[in-house]
Design a protein around this ligand. Structure first.
Ligand code: MN
Length: 201
């Protein structure tokens, strides 16, 4: 059975950037619901129970049709949010260094140009979805709770949730302010770590 991962910081820790109110709903309610529904789907299909989430999501095309969407939506929701929480820290913000910085500068010309491109991508994404940074520096998007490994891509190293539930309590319809604030809590140390040890669940 999958379990809701505890946050490594308090609900209030991201302060003025992402409020405790949002964290309590987003982590404790929304993420919990994805975990619960994923477990329900798996309970009804015991042959899938011992598989890792990586394996379920990477091979979701070959799942029986009756469970495919349930695994994609709820398993994706669990995977995506788990990575999202770990990509933020009260001590975050600033710039990456080392290999991550090298990858971004090589691809975008400068860290600021990378930030601008990622931000624009987040603002242009229509409806509910995610923006991802891949280990090769690519910025990609997915809709709903789809996740890069479902498309055969590598595990991402950073993600941003742009579902309205991620920001509406604090920012209402102002997604641009949410994205701008989020850069202040990005945990570049964690992002760096994922180049060495890819995220997996
Ligand atoms: Mn979310």
């Amino acid at each position: 059975m999958f379990k809701l991962p505890a946050l490594s910081y308090t609900h209030e820790a991201l302060g003025k950037y992402i409020s405790g109110d949002i964290m309590r709903f987003h982590h404790d309610k929304h993420h919990q619901a994805y975990v619960d529904k994923l477990n329900l789907v798996l309970e009804a299909n015991p042959e899938l129970k011992n598989k890792s989430l990586d394996s379920l999501l990477s091979n979701s095309d070959s799942l029986p049709e009756s469970v495919r969407n349930g695994v994609r939506n709820n398993g994706g929701g669990h995977y995506n949010h788990s990575l999202f929480w770990q990509g933020m820290s009260p001590n975050g913000g600033g710039e990456p260094n080392g290999r991550v910085m090298q990858i971004l500068v090589k691809k975008y010309g400068s860290f600021q140009k990378f930030v601008d491109e990622f931000t624009t991508t987040a603002l242009l994404l229509f409806g509910s979805g995610w923006v991802w940074l891949q280990p090769n520096g690519d910025i990609i998007t997915t809709v709903n709770q789809d996740t890069p490994i479902m498309k055969g891509l590598d595990a991402p190293i950073l993600c941003l949730d742009v579902w309205e539930h991620a920001y509406y309590l604090d920012y209402k319809n102002r997604r641009d302010e949410y994205v701008k604030a989020w850069w202040n809590v990005v945990d570049w140390t964690a992002v760096s770590g994922r180049l060495k040890k890819p995220f997996s669940l």
